[in-house]
Design a protein around this ligand. Sequence first.
Ligand code: AP5
Ligand code: MG
Ligand code: ZN
Length: 224
Amino acid sequence: MTRVVVMMGAPGAGKGTQALRLSQELGLPHIATGDLFRENLSKGTPLGEKARGYMNAGQLVPDALVIDMLFDRVSQDDCREGYLLDGFPRTVAQAESLLERLGETPGNGVNLTVVNLVVPDEVIVERASGRLLCRGCDAIYHRTFSPPEGEACDACGGELYQRDDDRAEVVVERLKAYHEQTEPVVAWFQSWSGEPAVTVCEVDGNRKPEEVFEACVDCVKEVA
Ligand code: AP5
Ligand code: MG
Ligand code: ZN
């Protein structure tokens, strides 16, 4: 059985924060399309160059680019038993292509769980504006809600930075793209009745990270 978990939610809802821990809990690789794009950007690859303008404007990168990049990643060996997706799918077209691909997966079936982190828009802007990330290990901090002990990353000593797209004016655009293009994907998953079977869990993401984590674990364990 291939295990696929999809983390959904608005920008800054806590997908990355929860996915890092859940991937350890479940022993599945954490695959974040935003992180993959940022890696391509920092290496100056052609894919990164194509994605840059969209990301800095808070818009979604075109489906074809995202889908190719994601399928390339999940065809690697470490994903054979499953994987945890963070930030994909974000459009109905992306969701369709994921289910189509999973439907063709050889072996004894796929178990797909969608965890939807629900957080009100007001909280989102506050979370994004205080976020700090580690260049070394991708650890996620927040100036107020989960501050590092010093200036550097607690885990690896790496340099901490702010994302270019966490400026308030870009966050507003990202939220708009979320409501227009990504929120409908949750309802689309809920109405899906084909193969593979999909379980959708709603998790209140507007509480302490530890409590959110426990709710996420309950939701993926229930399904297992
Ligand atoms: P991506 O990197 O995926 O960004 P996003 O969806 O906007 O989500 P974030 O990473 O901002 O938030 P998160 O939910 O991971 O929150 P986090 O845990 O960090 O995508 C970036 C861009 O890439 C997109 O805009 C698009 O251009 C492109 N892209 C990526 N995937 C794509 C796709 N599939 N299709 C098309 N384009 C795509 O938490 C946020 C902050 O809050 C942190 O500081 C954290 O410490 C804090 N925090 C977390 N949980 C809590 C809590 N419970 N209480 C208090 N603070 C908390
Ligand atoms: Mg993230
Ligand atoms: Zn680090």
